[in-house]
Write a protein that binds this ligand. Structure first.
Ligand code: UGA
Length: 448
């Protein structure tokens, strides 16, 4: 492989994408500079503590700090001047109308541009944040040029490379992606970034696809919307299965998934998708499409099915328990999926709101998301210290997140601790045969 002397990479934003990208580069021996406008977050990172839970990240970060390869700096200019490529990894939150808020992207581009004004070497700016087609060309490029007084392509490079990592397996996904997509402003920028990636992955490089900026941006939305479609589709099948004696959606998904054209992944029925990506990206794609004068019917249904799916848990609880007024309902799981402390757009939030509206008393436990939930949520929820503490005296238990810890509970645990042993398995983690004979058990996608 061609020797490529990269001085270092910088990232703007120390969220999942930025921090994981930087620490993975460092693990491969590169120098990485990270910048975050939130100085509190930056301070945590500097002291070796990721601001969120992600498997393997803390050890990578600590190793990088010890080897002095990783630096979290308070000056974006320093990060740009000391490196050859800058990844923009800032958030693109939803606005009230579903479209994305580009404030952080634009401020980052402005600041990076100011640093580029002071730099004579070639530098490539890469948008990694999820942005709708046209954003890098029409919003990032002008901002960079305005504050750098330089010309894109001639004086510095510009790419967009969507991120496909998943929370909970972010480090592994970064080292082993299925593919890397480079949207490029011009060939020189694309060549440069391809070299960066080829050096990073070495012998086992995944396929690297090159395309124009807008296509790179669209691949990300289309991928997330398709994965969300798989989930809403199987949840719809689950809702049908529940109404037919003897049907189990897990069996149906297995039967479908072995067809290589369908594939087994993302066919796990449950209480719907949450997190900081799918809900936001599906909404943004709908809004983007409507802005173009096209009603995206499939994507809109994906969103609608998902909006209702979490509430299935409350409907099942009412079917089994009757009125939930003054009943104690235990929620196992708050995070939007296992192995993360993230509760953004989590199904648990919709379930809590609905349970409280029914007059229930809600107790909750999550192995990683407790402090995040207590800090952010404004609901009268009793936070338990363990799963057993959570189900203690409960009239009904809803499994919301499929943490390994919850899978270890057996019918006897529920029988011993609950007031009335009614279990609603929202992620289908228990064996119905084992549970049904001993207690009242219902699961998403399981017919009677
Ligand atoms: C998702 C994508 O999978 C990543 O490729 C993408 O990079 C990321 O969004 C992003 O845009 O940044 P993430 O949201 O971290 O990643 O997590 P997923 O594992 O995709 O799960 C999303 C939601 O779907 C979770 O609530 C999960 O419980 C749910 N899900 C997933 C199901 O209900 N069923 C499944 O079969 C799979």
């Amino acid at each position: 492989m061609e020797f490529f002397n990269l001085r270092g990479v910088s990232v703007v934003g120390t969220g999942f994408v930025g921090l994981v990208t930087a620490t993975c580069f460092v693990d491969k021996g590169y120098v990485a500079y990270a910048y975050d406008s939130n100085h509190e977050k930056a301070e945590m990172v500097r002291s070796g503590r990721p601001p969120f839970y992600e498997p393997n990240l803390e050890s990578l970060l600590k190793k990088g700090l010890e080897r002095s390869l990783f630096k979290c700096v308070n000056s974006l200019e320093e990060a740009v001047l000391k490196t050859d490529v800058t990844f923009i990894c800032v958030g693109t939150p939803s606005k009230a109308d579903g479209s994305i808020d580009l404030t952080y992207i634009e401020t980052s581009a402005e600041e990076i541009g100011k640093a580029l004004a002071k730099k004579s070497d070639y530098h490539v700016v890469v948008v990694k944040s999820t942005v709708v087609p046209g954003t890098t060309q029409n919003r990032v490029k002008p901002q960079l040029e305005k504050s750098s007084h330089k010309v894109t392509g001639k004086d510095f490079g510009l790419c967009m490379s969507p991120e496909f990592l998943k929370e909970g397996s972010a480090v592994n996904d970064t080292f082993n992606p299925d593919r890397v997509v480079i949207g490029e402003y011009d060939k020189k920028s694309g060549d440069f970034l391809e070299k960066v990636f080829l050096n990073f992955y070495g012998e086992n490089s995944p396929p690297i696809l090159r395309m124009n900026l807008a296509s790179g941006e669209m691949v990300k939305y289309a991928s997330n919307a398709f994965l969300a479609t798989k989930i809403s589709f199987i949840n719809e099948i689950a809702n049908i299965c529940e109404r037919v004696k003897g049907l189990d959606v897990a069996e149906i998904a297995k039967g479908m998934g072995l067809d290589q054209r369908i594939g087994p992944r993302f066919l796990q029925a449950g209480l719907g998708f949450g997190g900081s990506c799918f809900p936001k990206d599906v909404k943004a794609l709908i809004s983007f499409s409507q802005g173009l004068g096209y009603e995206p019917q499939i994507v809109k249904s994906v969103f609608d099915v998902n909006e209702r799916q979490a509430i299935r848990a409350v409907e099942l609880a009412k079917q089994l328990v009757g009125s939930l007024k003054d009943k104690r309902v235990a929620l196992l799981g708050l995070a939007f999926k296992p192995d993360t402390s993230d509760i953004r757009e989590a199904p648990s939030l919709k379930i809590i709101r609905n349970l409280l509206a029914e007059g229930a008393v809600v107790a909750a436990y999550d192995p990683a998301a407790m402090s995040e939930a207590e800090a952010i949520l404004d609901y009268p929820v009793e936070y338990a210290v363990s799963s057993l503490d959570c189900i203690e005296r409960a009239d009904c238990c809803i499994v919301v997140t499929e943490w390994e810890e919850f899978k270890k509970l057996n019918p006897e645990d529920f029988l011993a601790h609950m007031q009335k042993p009614v279990v609603i398995d929202g992620r289908k983690i228990y064996d119905p045969e084992k549970f049904r004979g001993k207690l009242v058990y219902a699961a998403v996608g399981l017919g009677e």
